[in-house]
Design a protein around this ligand. Structure first.
Ligand SMILES: O=C(O)CC1=CCC(=O)O1
Length: 256
């Protein structure tokens, strides 16, 4: 499948190094809201909606992680960016890893949040794809968001819970399913040693989807990796703990 022209939002310093932010399954580029003010001070920040999500096109699935990587490479080409920092969470991290494997010359530094080279329960994503094609995404929104945040964080603010559930429920069923199928088919473990970009892996301590041991596998596999475990955080560490994630991102991306 050829690349699609994904919806992107650009902000920050037009003359700064580019940072591309790649979102997770069922979210949009808005999942990075808590990072933007800090990143914009230093970088040209390119946020986009993964195909099948947000305002991006929704081609018929299944998709592959290579398709999603092709979209990022086309995005870079479209902005005339030769090399960028790639920051991805979960599905976005899988996409960022794939770009780093296939086009190492396009990647400065990698930040991989709450993601995996292969998910332990990968087959269950094929079942989830079938379920959302049959019934839509809304029926699973509450369960998905209950994995994104710790129970204390979610129950502290009813509006927050509604906001994220609406984000998930608003994802087109075919786009969500196509991305589930990409996750189900993905295994990048053997490719990790070829990743030369300095890599910061960030895990949520309480993440039941891609916990610290899954991120540690990435750190052990790549050439130059470092692990940060974020306390009181589930899957969407960037949203729940920006005060820990943002300084770590800046420290990593600004290093020479
Ligand atoms: O939705 C989930 O269960 C967690 C998740 C897996 C890949 C992704 O992007 O989010």
């Amino acid at each position: 499948m050829s690349a699609v022209d994904v919806h992107a939002v650009v902000s920050g310093r037009p003359d700064g190094p580019a940072v591309v932010l790649s979102n997770s399954l069922g979210s949009t580029h808005r999942m990075w809201d808590a990072q933007i003010a800090d990143l914009e001070q230093h970088f040209m920040v390119i946020r986009y909606d993964t195909r099948g999500h947000g305002q991006s096109p929704v081609p018929d699935g299944p998709y592959s992680i290579d398709d999603l990587a092709d979209d990022v490479l086309a995005l870079l080409d479209g902005f005339g960016v030769d090399r960028a920092h790639l920051v991805g969470l979960s599905l976005g991290g899988m996409t960022a890893m794939r770009v780093a494997v296939r086009a190492p010359h396009r990647v400065r530094r990698l930040a991989l949040l709450c993601t995996g080279a292969r998910l332990a329960n990968a087959e269950s994503y094929a079942e989830r794809a079938a379920a959302v094609r049959a019934d839509g995404v809304a029926p699973i929104a509450e369960a998905v968001v209950s994995r994104w945040f710790t129970p204390e964080y979610l129950s502290a603010d009813a509006e927050r819970k509604r906001y994220y559930e609406a984000m998930v429920a608003g994802t087109p069923a075919e786009g969500y399913a196509g991305c589930c199928e990409a996750i189900a088919a993905m295994d990048q473990r053997a490719d990790l040693p070829s990743i030369s970009a300095p890599t910061l892996a960030i895990a949520g301590r309480d993440d039941t989807a891609t916990g610290p041991s899954v991120l540690a596998e990435i750190v052990d596999g790549v050439q130059d990796g470092r692990l940060l475990v974020v306390p009181e955080s589930a899957h969407l560490a960037c949203a729940q703990q920006p005060q820990i994630v943002n300084p770590a991102l800046l420290d990593h991306l600004l290093a020479q």
